[in-house]
Design a protein around this ligand. Structure first.
Ligand SMILES: [Zn+2]
Length: 489
């Protein structure tokens, strides 16, 4: 290695460490959010404290990763252990930032580049100075996905704030940055063939796509307004009332069983426990089957524990009915998207076949400005990314009679679509199914039970991260498998 290459490599390594340091700090913030959001705590003002004795952490102990190492994983004051999850999460986010930075911007003339070049997105060749806003969108998304994974794994819910942050960042940064680029030189210097931006966008004659994206976004706002003013009803609105009533019935039954002879109760319980899976699958399950499934892990004759929130949730008997409400909501958005696409098609026409490209193009020759292409691309990403998950949720729930996939998963993949365009969340959604099956299999063969539900969010998040880093490889593999021309330099 000559001295110039050595210098460039050192420079690359230093920039990677900077990216990792930023990532570790964001990881530290994610730890705070993942701890405080599910507990409903304020996540801005209070300083970090030991959860056992409330001793405040000094600035040195607050340093990501190293603070924990410095303390040896124990509180300085009361010596109670501090979870290793904190430094682990900080390390994961730091590695994601470092890897994303190197995938995008490592210097091609250094050996470090070889480690990351397989994941290099085309647009990043325009350089950091040109494209840092896109990088900001990506690291915001990757970090948010880690936060969503942590909270979803614990609570089976994804708080809206975690999906809203990347969505808002993407819907602001993509269009604003597109306006700036358009004023300067018209488009990104380097993009993949057929692309004018880092995400999929309608091409310069793609007026119907613009109509669908903008129309869908307007439909989204309208549908939410209709929800707010009570014209459309929220799904699962009566869930809390149903849950309270069912839990009260279970309590009453258990009280009665407790009053009966202990031996009698023990034999009586063999029946429902054995018929558990049939009962749990039956439509219209009542309090008895909730109690039966909740008492599955109970030792003979002991009093049953109250069913957990997740066990209650899968027993809710009206999941199919609730899908009608969700179909109405989605229908409003789809109607606006289709209507506006048609309108745009009419307004931009008349259309004629371009003999060179074999594509229909409007003869009026009014092209879609870059900022509108990019805005539509982000809108369509949001709508399609969320729409794919929502469609499977509605179909799955209608098929199985219990909620399949959460609305949190819908919001998550919509956010991914806003940041990365519609292709990534669609690939990731189907990729996550394989990861999910693998996770389920591991759980099944290690513990011998498949009753406990797995949250799907972590699999979606993992699949999204894999798809983002692997997309250049995936595109090349797809081109090779389809036997088509691989337009990759
Ligand atoms: Zn302490």
């Amino acid at each position: 290695m000559d001295s110039l290459t050595l210098q460039l490599t050192a420079f690359d390594a230093v920039r990677m460490l900077w990216a990792m340091a930023f990532g570790a700090c964001v990881g530290s913030l994610i730890n705070v959010l993942a701890y405080r959001i599910p507990r409903g705590l304020d996540f801005v003002t209070p300083q970090s404290r030991c959860p056992s004795c409330s001793t405040k952490l000094t600035w040195r102990e607050n340093i990501p990763i190293f603070g924990w190492l410095l303390l040896g994983g124990r509180c300085r004051f009361c010596r109670s252990p501090i979870s290793a999850e904190y430094p682990i999460v900080e390390t994961i986010v730091a590695v994601l930032w470092g890897a994303a930075y190197m995938a995008c911007y490592s210097d091609p003339s250094t050996p470090l580049h070889g480690l990351f070049s397989w994941a290099e997105p085309e647009w990043a060749r325009s350089g950091f100075v040109q494209t840092w806003p896109i990088f900001l969108v990506i690291v915001t998304l990757l970090s948010s996905l880690v936060a969503m994974t942590l909270v979803d794994a614990r609570t089976f819910t994804i708080p809206p704030v975690l999906t809203n942050v990347p969505t808002v960042v993407a819907l602001l940064v993509h269009p604003i940055y597109a306006v700036i680029v358009q004023m300067k030189d018209g488009r990104l210097i380097a993009t993949a063939p057929g692309y004018s931006w880092s995400i999929w966008t309608p091409d310069k004659f793609g007026w119907w796509w613009v109509g669908a994206g903008v129309g869908g976004a307007v439909g989204f706002v309208v549908a939410n307004l209709l929800l707010r003013f009570g014209v459309l009803k929220r799904s699962f609105e009566d869930y809390a009332a149903w849950e309270a009533k069912t839990l009260a019935e279970i309590e009453a039954k258990q009280g009665a069983a407790g009053a009966a002879g202990a031996g009698e109760a023990a034999t009586a319980r063999v029946g429902p426990a054995a018929g558990l899976s049939d009962q749990a699958d039956a439509q219209g399950a009542d309090a008895a089957s909730v109690a039966a499934s909740a008492s599955d892990d109970r030792v003979n004759g002991e009093q049953a524990a109250a069913p957990t929130e997740q066990e209650m949730w899968v027993q809710y008997p009206h999941a199919r009915r609730e899908m009608a409400r969700e179909l109405l909501f989605v229908g409003v958005i789809a109607a606006f998207a289709v209507g506006a696409a048609y309108l745009a098609l009419r307004l931009a026409g008349p259309w004629a076949m371009n003999v060179n490209t074999l594509r229909l193009e409007p003869t009026s020759d009014v092209v879609v400005p870059l900022w509108l292409q990019v805005t539509s691309g982000a809108f369509l990403g949001y709508l399609i990314g969320g729409g794919v998950v929502w469609a499977i949720r509605i179909l799955g729930t209608l098929a199985f009679g219990k909620e399949a996939l959460g609305l949190g998963d819908v919001h998550m993949m919509a956010a991914v679509g806003a940041c990365l365009g519609w292709i990534d969340p669609t690939l990731a959604f189907f990729g996550a199914a394989f990861l999910g099956m693998a996770g389920w299999a591991i759980q099944y063969f290690s513990s011998g039970e498949n009753k406990r539900m797995l949250p799907y969010g972590p699999f979606l998040a993992m699949a999204t991260i894999v798809v983002w880093f692997g997309k250049p490889v995936i595109e090349r593999a797809a081109g090779w498998a389809l036997g088509g021309p691989v337009n990759w330099p």
